[in-house]
Write a new protein. Sequence first.
Length: 164
Amino acid sequence: MDKVKNERSYYPYVVVGMILGCVVACGFTIKIAVDNPVEMDTFYMEKYQKVDHSINTILELQEKFNAKFDLAYSTQKFEMGQNSITIRLTDKSGQPVNDANVLMMLSRPDSNKENKQLTPSHIENGNYTFGPFEINKPGRWQILSKIELGEFKGYHKNEAYAAQ
């Protein structure tokens, strides 16, 4: 009589295990995504759908703005507590521009929870002063500006650091 070898095949168990592993990994990915939502980029200070729809127009307006105007920020550092920022807006010949519509937002790069929208409190000789406003968290801050002047529209980002 011939001896029959009884060998077990683990192939079906491996396939089922891999399928279950993929399902569990997908579940963890979905849980992590729901717990950590994506923060919207606030560079253009508008919803991303509107920016996505009209990005070519926005970039053309930005190019025209950069060709006609210069922008300078007064600060690179914040102190904890009361602060203010001054933006100097001039045309390329160095003449101050006082009639622009300027909107500023202070934002943390990692979250939109602490965004602060600011409007100028004082405008004089091309200097747009924003503040006073409160900074109560140390670290990196973004100063986002949206400037509209007639047919020109410009967006700018500057970074500042808050120290204790």
